[in-house]
Design a protein around this ligand. Sequence first.
Ligand code: IPE
Ligand code: IPE
Ligand code: MG
Length: 246
Amino acid sequence: MSDPRPTPIPDSLEQDNVPRHVAVVMDGNGRWAQRQGLPRTEGHGAGEVALVDVTYGALAVGVKALTVYAFSTENWRRPIDEVRYLMDFNQGLLQRRQHELHDEGVRITFSGRRDWRVPRRVTRNMDEAAELTKRNKRMTLNIAFNYGGRAEIVDAVQQLVRDNVPANKIDEKAIRSRLYHPELPDPDLVIRTSGEYRISNFLLWEMAYSELVFTEVLWPDFRREDLFEAIEVFQRRERRFGGVDQ
Ligand code: IPE
Ligand code: IPE
Ligand code: MG
């Protein structure tokens, strides 16, 4: 299947200044469902359409990497039924979408911990999707699953120790190279939906200089037009990286 909803890119979006890496905290699924008198889990289900549409939007404007926060290391605190639903849902999403994404030239990767709580069948599907798409170059869709920014840094530090790196050789490069996906550039733009103004343990290391855009839109209602709008907000920002304007 190709793009089910080809959409013109607004003229006001500068196509030569598109963020290379966009990261999204897909939040507000539960509230979306509750507002319609549905169980919270229906909101997660409805988020699939948003994710696919935003992926097509990112492809259309030439974003090279899209990282999406699908399940955090803190989301295990949710009721067991919701956790179970999210495991099944994310596995199903991969099964339903991996071939379509592969046809579009998308490489699927994952950031996060594979601890004992993630069912084997889910990790098997993750491996299958990653293997199928590993040679694709058009865009990377990086799914943050059982992901925590602090856990990622802890894992990198443990790897430094296993690699016997002496203290005086530990610098930012040594840490960065041990993060989950050192080959991806840091996100230029981080979007959070649903009117929450926090980071919730997402990409702590990588977002040191990201532009942050918050929107009230709940994730299941988010579409590529909202992505384009966030990119235009990004384009109006002035990035200084600690320096001064020339
Ligand atoms: C985001 O939506 C999805 C996950 C965290 C898995 P929520 O489930 O957090 O929705 P709200 O924030 O409760 O509305
Ligand atoms: C962040 O959303 C995690 C994901 C979107 C997967 P949460 O809904 O879990 O974050 P908090 O609890 O509101 O900070
Ligand atoms: Mg939430």
